[in-house]
Design a protein. Structure first.
Length: 142
């Protein structure tokens, strides 16, 4: 199983008010098995932007923690035409453009999008493409 990592998970590693044990579990798995994880190319930009708004030392955190994860075997997937077509279909059911990209990547890789966005997760319920980490870890989590 490929796990598509949402920015909402990554920022919880660095914002004490947002910490969550399921996010910590994802980080442990990502460090141990980076090849089992993927992100769309927008992930790094999203994480950077949120850290800049909410973390007092955003650049240092990004340099020391996020960049090493991005260069350690995590699949960084570019936007392709086929991914855009899939994402467009998800936008039409109510996802934001960003969330649609994560969902489309999960669909394309036959994986699961790990997110803390309960609203987006509910919109995807019929497709079985996501897991709302605020509720639980995925059933087949190692």
């Amino acid at each position: 199983m490929i796990w598509v990592l949402d920015a909402s998970v990554a920022v919880r590693w660095f914002l004490s008010d947002e910490s969550h044990p399921h996010a910590d579990s994802v980080l442990a798995q990502l460090v141990a098995r980076p090849g089992r994880f993927a992100v769309p190319e927008l992930f790094a930009y999203e994480v950077f932007a949120v850290l800049q708004r909410l973390h007092p030392d955003a650049l240092a955190v990004f340099r020391q923690a996020i960049l090493p994860l991005l260069h350690n075997g995590l699949l960084r997937h570019p936007m392709t035409e086929s991914l855009a077509v899939m994402a467009d279909a998800f936008v039409k059911i109510g996802l934001t453009g960003y969330d649609a990209c994560y969902a489309a990547l999960a669909k394309d890789l036959k994986g699961c999008w790990l997110t803390f966005d309960a609203k987006a997760h509910r919109r995807l319920d019929q497709f079985h493409l996501s897991c709302d980490l605020s509720e639980r870890l995925p059933p087949d989590w190692d």
